[in-house]
Design a protein around this ligand. Structure first.
Ligand SMILES: Cc1cc2nc3c(=O)[nH]c(=O)nc-3n(C[C@H](O)[C@H](O)[C@H](O)COP(=O)(O)OP(=O)(O)OC[C@H]3O[C@@H](n4cnc5c(N)ncnc54)[C@H](O)[C@@H]3O)c2cc1C
Length: 414
């Protein structure tokens, strides 16, 4: 930027810069292409769900056949074995009987342990980013990846995991995970531990591990390049390079999962020790005041725009869903909600797992604020609203009719 150019504070934040570039590019694309790419995050998820194998004349082969030959990993040997249900389901029906090539890693130079959050037993996109980051760190050192995963987990081999340590139950709490991680540390001595930097999940667990084991920690890592870590400082305006750390807490999108050969994901017999009692007890999710949960940390947000007029039903719905309340600039300007609940370029950038919106048009400034939401549900009377294009699930109806119906349904089922 030239010295004489006016400085726009929004444009100095690299995340806002990137979102602006993305929206300009989308606006310039032809309408048909836009409708195909209307939700880049969902598109990326769909790409990621595709297995890293494809059908060839001789059978299922790794998408990057160079990997085995170009890699100096002498201890990697290719093998074949039965497929897991994920791989079988992903394959098109064929009369051929293709076999799956699996990279089996016997004695890597080091291990990288990854601990995804897996809420309710499923991988979030942030979890997948953490696994991709662990894979990247391991590949730089000819190492292998161990993942802590729910006991019934499948398909981890397709996303780069060499060994699995099963968790007891799907929603194992921090004390159980901590005890298992310490067992793995004693048994396999991983060189690095990678976790998603989530406030109540990996971010909390990673800090506990670092404190108890006296290990260096690198939080908020946004990029891994070579053997170094990059994180943002100065409120996200500057990049800071750090040496590789034993505990690495990664931000969303730290690393895009790259197609690679399918890995073994062999189960490691690590005995499950008794849970470690934390000084701070986890009592699970407690009902909270929907107006006081900080929007940056909210996991579930219910948001209102100009199309909402029944504010009683809106507040009631937030309470029943245990969701944080937010809104557009238009509703904050009209004093329906306090200013600190505004989402968008001049409000808060949010990243919940679910963003449920009522009567929001989807102005670019608002869409910038929800670029990192995992799932967006939009209720709007206008089929052509930009918010509907952005949504993963759209309901074309009057918000004043949907809110009480949803409330009645929730009360009936809970
Ligand atoms: C510099 C600048 C910064 C800005 N920053 C932000 C920001 O941070 N955040 C932000 O949100 N905005 C911001 N704005 C404002 C933004 O441009 C839009 O004006 C604003 O987001 C529109 O809010 P809205 O969608 O609630 O209202 P509207 O644009 O009025 O949209 C209302 C929507 O509700 C639908 N609707 C109407 N009735 C119903 C019904 N009964 N049921 C269901 N749907 C219904 C309509 O179809 C429409 O899509 C900014 C603007 C500027 C210039």
């Amino acid at each position: 930027m030239r010295d004489d150019e006016p400085q726009n504070p929004l444009r100095r934040d690299p995340r806002v810069e990137r979102d602006l570039r993305r929206y300009r590019k989308e606006a310039a694309a032809p309408a048909e292409a836009q409708s195909l790419r209307r939700n880049p995050r969902a598109e990326r998820d769909r790409r990621r769900q595709r297995p890293a194998v494809q059908l060839s004349g001789s059978g299922l082969q790794a998408r990057s056949p160079d990997f085995a030959t170009s890699s100096p990993q002498k201890n990697l040997r290719k093998g074949r074995r039965g497929e897991d249900p994920g791989a079988i389901a992903s394959r098109a029906p064929t009369s051929r009987s293709p076999e799956t090539e699996i990279l089996r890693l016997e004695a890597p130079s080091c291990w990288v342990l990854v601990v995804p959050d897996t809420p309710s037993g499923t991988l979030t996109t942030h979890d997948r980013d953490a696994i991709a980051a662990a894979r990247l760190i391991a590949d730089n050192k000819d190492g292998g990846v161990i993942a802590l995963a729910p006991a019934d987990a499948t398909g981890y081999g397709l996303i780069g995991v060499d060994r699995l340590v099963p968790l007891p139950g799907t929603d194992a709490d921090t004390g159980v995970r901590l005890a298992l991680v310490e067992s793995i540390l004693a048994q396999c001595k991983p060189a690095h531990i990678v976790l998603p930097d989530t406030p109540l999940g990996g971010g909390h667990l990673g800090r506990l591990i670092a404190t108890r084991q006296s290990l260096n920690i690198a939080p908020g890592v946004v990029r891994i390049s070579g053997g170094e870590l990059v994180r943002l400082s100065d409120g996200g305006r500057k990049e800071q390079t750090l040496p590789m750390a034993p505990v690495v807490l990664v931000a969303p999108e730290v690393s895009d999962p790259k197609p690679g050969p399918r890995r073994e994901a062999r189960v490691l017999p690590v005995p499950a020790p008794p849970a470690i009692e934390e000084a701070v007890q986890d009592h699970g999710l407690l009902p909270v005041d929907p107006y006081s949960v900080p929007l940056q940390e909210a996991d579930f947000i219910i948001s209102a725009g100009n199309g909402v007029s029944d504010w009683d039903s809106f507040s009631e719905l937030a309470k029943v869903l245990n969701a944080a309340i937010a809104g557009t600039r238009a509703v904050c300007d009209a004093n329906h909600l306090p200013r600190h609940r505004q989402v968008g370029a001049s409000g808060t950038l949010v990243s919940p797992r679910c963003y449920l919106s009522f009567g929001i048009s989807g102005a670019p400034q608002h869409l910038q604020g929800i670029a990192r939401c995992e799932r967006v549900i939009a209720v709007n009377t206008d089929l052509h609203a930009d918010m509907i294009k952005r949504a993963d699930l759209a309901i074309i109806a009057d918000a004043q009719a949907v809110m009480p119906s949803l409330l009645a349904l929730l009360r009936e089922t809970r």
